[in-house]
Ligand binder design. Sequence first.
Ligand code: 13P
Ligand code: 13P
Ligand code: MG
Ligand code: MG
Length: 369
Amino acid sequence: MKTTLSIIKADTGSVGGHNKPSELMVKKAKEVVENGINKGLFTDGRVTYTGDDIALLMVHSKGVDHPDIHKFAWDTFLETTKIAKSQGLYGAGQDLLKDAFSGNVRGMGPGSAEIEIEERAAEPFIVFAGDKCGPGVFNYPLFEGFASPYHNAGLLLAPEMKAGFTFHIMDVNYTEADRVISLKVPEDYYDICVLLRDPNHYVIESVVENATGLVAAVASTARLHNIAGKYVGKDDPVAIVRSQKQFPSTGEILSPWALAHLTLGDNRGSHHVAVMPVKQNTIISYFDGPTIMSAAGYCVHEGKLTEAVDYFDQPFWDVVREKASLKTLDMRAQGFYGPTMAGMDELEYTGVVENLKRLNEKFVVRKHV
Ligand code: 13P
Ligand code: 13P
Ligand code: MG
Ligand code: MG
């Protein structure tokens, strides 16, 4: 029997500004997930948060996009929204952008990443969850972790990976349907770079191993401004990555995160800062940020999860966090000028458009003499 790993997340309200869900909300989500296990809807589940986003990890045998699993997640987020409203929390129900559930959370606000697998004898995987970023935050670390021998030494040392990987990349500006391109390393290396250099437009949806055809990674691709037509909060994506044996090792997948790469997402979703790798259940603070990413490792066996190993809760990452703070402060020192703030294509979902319209009328055109 196949096993499906489903991670579905949403921001349904927060204590303070966009900082963290309340303890009551998290407690409620944990109770509901426990009920889901007891009722046999799924075989195991976990609840965590990253900044103001609650993530539900569910293990089941129903396959991806299953309406029962998606409805369960939607209903759980309605429950946490109810609590957020009753406590007067900020942004209650923020990511629930549609009124009625229609079979699948995709296109409704919550982010999701799902993978159906044949469990290996040992099935290690990592769940990444970010806050104050878009799905393009995974472009750099996933591409490097799979395709670059700087990080994935297995490309040089493990014969199974020699045939490389296929990257399924989505054009997230195309909103009528899913517009996807499939490109392989090593053959299409430079073409992939051409797309991934623009992480607000092209994002990695999944990674498949060429030699085995096995799906190695999946990531959420939702862009909330495409659903709402205006800025309603940042996408705050999740991803699942399998590791070891025929795949890159866990350490190889984590390696690129040591750069603390720059990404868009901080404060009003409009600023570029460095991604800080953090432990699970970390809050948001400075400048409504910085952008944070947690990484939880598990093994799944016969539908049951082990305890989590909280990868960024390890002394090595202290210096990376410090580097991320310094890089972020460097960007912030330049305020709103040039590359520190989002480009117009992202800002056009915000109030800046009104300001420009108003100012546009005050321009005078002086003839060249
Ligand atoms: P194993 O040989 O135990 O899989 O370890 C290899 C490895 O992952 C080192 O990074
Ligand atoms: P969230 O998307 O995490 O709610 O953040 C919204 C924001 O604009 C913070 O400044
Ligand atoms: Mg929020
Ligand atoms: Mg958030």
